[in-house]
Write a protein that binds this ligand. Sequence first.
Ligand SMILES: NC(=O)c1ccc[n+]([C@@H]2O[C@H](COP(=O)([O-])OP(=O)(O)OC[C@H]3O[C@@H](n4cnc5c(N)ncnc54)[C@H](OP(=O)(O)O)[C@@H]3O)[C@@H](O)[C@H]2O)c1
Length: 332
Amino acid sequence: MNSYSEPIRVGVAGATGYTGVELLRLLARHPAVRLTAAMGGPGAPARRVPALARVWDDVVEGLDIDVLSERADAIFLALPDTAAAEVAPALLTRGRRVFDLSGAFRLRDPELRRRWYPDTPEMPAAPVYGLTERYRGALGGSSFVACAGCYPTAAILALQPLVCGRLIASPIIIDAKSGVSGAGKTPSERTHFSECHGSMSAYGVFAHRHAAEIEQELGVPVTFVPHLVPLDRGIFETIYATVAPGANEAAIAAAFESAYGDSPFVRLRGSELPEIKHVAHTNFCDIGWRVDPSGRQLVLVVCIDNLVKGAAGQAVQNFNVAFGFDERLGLN
Ligand SMILES: NC(=O)c1ccc[n+]([C@@H]2O[C@H](COP(=O)([O-])OP(=O)(O)OC[C@H]3O[C@@H](n4cnc5c(N)ncnc54)[C@H](OP(=O)(O)O)[C@@H]3O)[C@@H](O)[C@H]2O)c1
């Protein structure tokens, strides 16, 4: 285990966005980190972050890749996909370690990547997919991590042990809801207050890039339907599947225990179903489940905070594992 006597110089690009500010909040208090650079969009004037007063009183500057790579050894990218597709290779070429929160490099299949992230260049070396609980081994020492998306984090953590253990059968239906901060800080017609307050809508049905990411990690098809709900933060997924012949509730509980017994941020709730308020502002992923009296139908309920376990917290967890620290460092 790394003892962190010499703090690591860390930078954040996209530091004025929702996930960027969350990263600053976590990294400013991380005992093994010295926050040496925080940058917003290119050409933006230097500014303080009022919400972080007395937590982090430095300024966010305009993005400059040369300065960023001079000042920091590890860099978190909280940028739109298109910007990350350009900035990540530039930093890696300069020998920096990159933790990318965008989707630009998550899909391994080149055809799917071209479809969903057409601006992403071919990479000489594939990044590690940054879902800590699943890729702890590969994350150790890694220099390029494509952190998992928010909806996929919840879905994969809930489903992967059951798919792997052949305990559930198709169809798998993921009914997913996200708070509005999942869409980033720039309001659109769909996300501005008077549109989404008091309403709820489905979007991206059979046309959402996170379905490809979930299927990549699970290796089975899913029906994924995301919804926008009038909350500021949080992801809530209700997942429906059929219990496989020969499987039962005890086997499902045992598969979860075996997968997450050593995972500090996954809380298994059994039949006590989780709620967004149980996980808001934390790096926890809470998973609950019930099987109907016939033993055939499984319902899973899984909750995370999209800005923490779905973004900044998970990126810091990945960073901790990559640098050999306890994965809870700076996250409790
Ligand atoms: N929001 C979530 O729940 C969530 C969860 C998981 C992953 N992600 C991913 O994380 C990334 C950031 O998301 P977010 O919600 O934090 O976005 P956001 O609130 O829209 O913030 C975007 C940040 O990127 C900067 N930026 C915008 N265009 C840029 C450009 N062309 N070049 C350089 N910087 C640019 C912005 O700077 P200015 O302030 O100067 O414009 C801002 O700091 C996205 O790729 C998103 O898909 C988000």
